[in-house]
Ligand binder design. Structure first.
Ligand code: HEM
Length: 449
C-alpha cells in the first residue's frame, strides 16, 4: 500500500449518479473507510450525495489539515446535527470563541493537573467494585459507562455521578443512535415533521437539555460548592466586555464534557477488556506488572507512570478500535493540502480506525499485540500516523485525563476480578454510532482473580 499521494486529484470509487458512494458508506462505514486506504493509498475522493469530499490517510497530509493549515478549516459541516444537543461548546465552537474557552480550560487538563484526580478516580472505582460479587453476571459496557460518567461528574463538576447518570445517559442513548442515523442520511426528515421517531428524538433532546440546565441552576443556588472545579472556572470567566457566561453557554460546555468525556473512555475500555479476555498471555503479563508495582493497591500519581504494559494494552486497544472512528474538517477558503486543492466549503474526512491499520507503521495490523508500542514506537513513526485523540489545536483536551482514568479502572478491576464472557455470548460486533462501541454490549461473568 502506498502512503503518499501520487496523483494530482486523488482517485476514488465511482459510486452511483445520484447518491455517489453514500449507500456503500451507510452499509458498512468501517469497511468502506478501510478499503479506501487499501485501494487508493494516502488519499481518496468520494461523493456522499452531491458533496465531493476527500478522505485522507497519509500522515503528512493529515498534519497539514490538523496542524500547519488548521486555520483554513472548521469542524466538519456534517457535525451540525450533533450541535442540536451538544450546542456550541469547546468541541463545536469556532474561531475566537473556541480559542477563548480552550485557553481557559486547558490548564485543568495538563498532565500535571490531572494527576490530582487519581485519588478521586480510584475512590469511584472502588465504590462501584464494592457492589460486584463473584459469579455475578454483568453488562460490562454499562458498568464502564457508569464509572466513567461518575468520574467526569465528580472530578470536573463536584457532582455525585449516580444522581445525574440516568437523567443524562438515558436520553443520550437514543440521541446517539438517532444523530448517527441522521448524519448518515442524505435526506433526514426535518425535525419539524412530527413522525414518531422525530417526536421521541425531540423528547430526548429536551430531557437531556433540562438535565444539564438543572446542574447549572443547582450550582448557582449553592455558591461555594465545588470551589476550584471546572464548573467554577467556567462560571468565573469573563469575556472581553467583562461579561460572564450565560446559562446556555455554561450548559453547552458542561454538555460537551459529559458527552465527549464519558462514552469514548467507556468504549475504549470495553474493547480493551474484550481483547484481554481473548488473550490470556496479555492478561498474565498485566498480572505480573500489577503484582510487581501495585501489590493490590490502586495506581497513584507515582505508580501510574510505571505501568507501561497496562498503558500499551490501552494504546493497542485504541489502535484497533479507535472510539472516534472518524471525524473531519470543512474548508473555509480554498487551500492546498499536498497535491490536493480543497475548495472552500469542501470537506476532508479522516478515520483514526482505518489509519491505524496501515501496515507500514503497524505490521500485521489486525493482530492485537501491545508489545508493538514498546521501545518508543510513537516516536519512530510519523506524527499523525497514530491518532486516537486526534491532534493539533483541536485535538482531544482530555487525552491525559482519559489515559489516567483508563489505567486506574483497568488495573483496579483486573486486580480484583477475573472477567470472562458469558457462555454462548454471541460474537461481538462493532457498532459505529457517534463513537465505535460493541454492538449490544459485552456481558461478562465476574470471578475472584
Ligand atoms: C479514550 C477516550 C477519548 C478519546 C478516544 C477521545 C478522542 C477525541 C478526538 C479524536 C478528538 C478530536 C476530534 C476531531 O479532531 O474532530 C477529541 C476532542 C475532544 N475531546 Fe476527547 N477523547 C477521549 C476522552 C475525552 C475526555 C475524558 C474528555 C474530557 C474530560 C474529552 C474532551 C474532549 C473535548 C472537549 C474535545 C474537543 C476539543 C476541541 O475541539 O478543542 N475527551 N477527543
Amino acid at each position: 500500500m502506498s502512503t503518499s499521494v501520487e496523483t494530482r486529484f486523488p482517485q476514488g470509487p465511482k459510486g452511483s449518479l445520484l447518491s455517489g458512494n453514500l449507500l456503500e458508506y451507510r452499509k458498512d462505514p468501517l469497511g468502506f473507510l478501510t478499503d479506501l486506504q487499501k485501494n487508493y493509498g494516502g488519499a481518496a475522493t468520494i461523493r456522499l450525495g452531491p458533496q465531493k469530499m476527500y478522505v485522507i490517510y497519509d500522515p503528512a497530509l493529515l498534519k497539514e489539515v490538523l496542524l500547519t493549515k488548521h486555520e483554513h478549516f472548521i469542524k466538519l459541516k456534517a457535525f451540525q446535527e450533533a450541535r442540536l444537543f451538544v450546542g456550541d461548546g469547546v468541541a463545536t465552537s469556532e474561531g475566537e470563541k473556541h480559542k477563548r474557552v480552550r485557553r481557559l480550560i486547558q490548564p485543568r487538563f495538563t498532565r500535571a493537573h490531572i494527576q490530582k484526580y487519581a485519588r478521586q478516580m480510584a475512590e469511584i472505582v472502588d465504590r462501584e467494585l464494592n457492589t460486584w460479587k463473584p459469579i455475578d453476571c454483568r453488562m460490562l459496557t454499562d458498568d464502564l459507562s457508569n464509572i466513567t460518567f461518575a468520574i467526569i461528574a465528580r472530578t470536573l463538576f463536584s457532582l455525585e455521578g449516580n444522581q445525574h447518570s440516568r437523567s443524562i445517559r438515558e436520553p443520550y442513548e437514543l440521541i446517539n443512535r438517532m444523530c448517527a442515523e441522521r448524519m448518515r442520511s442524505l435526506a433526514a426528515v426535518p425535525l419539524i415533521i412530527p413522525t414518531a421517531k422525530n417526536r421521541s428524538y425531540k423528547a430526548a433532546l429536551k430531557a437531556l437539555d433540562q438535565a444539564v440546565y438543572d446542574i447549572v441552576k443547582e450550582r448557582k443556588m449553592n455558591a461555594g460548592v465545588g470551589e476550584g472545579d471546572l464548573l467554577s472556572v467556567l462560571m468565573a470567566a469573563k469575556n472581553e466586555n467583562g461579561e460572564g457566561m450565560t446559562d446556555q453557554e455554561l450548559r453547552d460546555e458542561l454538555m460537551i464534557m459529559f458527552i465527549a468525556g464519558h462514552e469514548t473512555t467507556a468504549n475504549a475500555l470495553s474493547w480493551a477488556f474484550l481483547f484481554i479476555m481473548q488473550h490470556p498471555d496479555v492478561q498474565e503479563k498485566l498480572y505480573e506488572e500489577w503484582d510487581r508495582i501495585l501489590q493490590g493497591e490502586p495506581p497513584t500519581e507515582e505508580t501510574y507512570m510505571q505501568l507501561t504494559y497496562t498503558q500499551n494494552v490501552i494504546w493497542e486497544a485504541m489502535r484497533l478500535r479507535a472510539p472516534t472512528f472518524f471525524t473531519g474538517r470543512s474548508a473555509v477558503r480554498d487551500v492546498e493540502i499536498g497535491p490536493i486543492t480543497v475548495k472552500k466549503g469542501q470537506s476532508v474526512l479522516f478515520s483514526p480506525y482505518a489509519i491505524h491499520q496501515n501496515p507500514t507503521y503497524f505490521p500485521d495490523p489486525l493482530t492485537f499485540r501491545p508489545e508493538r508500542f514498546e521501545n518508543d514506537l510513537l516516536k519512530k513513526i510519523p506524527q499523525f500516523a497514530y491518532i486516537p485523540f486526534g491532534g493539533g489545536p483541536r485535538g482531544c483536551i482530555g487525552n491525559h485525563f482519559a489515559m489516567l482514568e483508563m489505567v486506574i479502572i483497568l488495573s483496579m478491576i483486573g486486580q480484583r476480578y477475573r472477567l470472562s464472557l458469558t457462555p454462548k455470548h454471541p460474537p461481538i460486533e462493532m457498532e459505529p454510532l457517534l463513537t465505535l462501541r460493541p454492538k449490544n454490549g459485552i456481558e461478562i461473568i465476574v470471578d475472584n482473580r
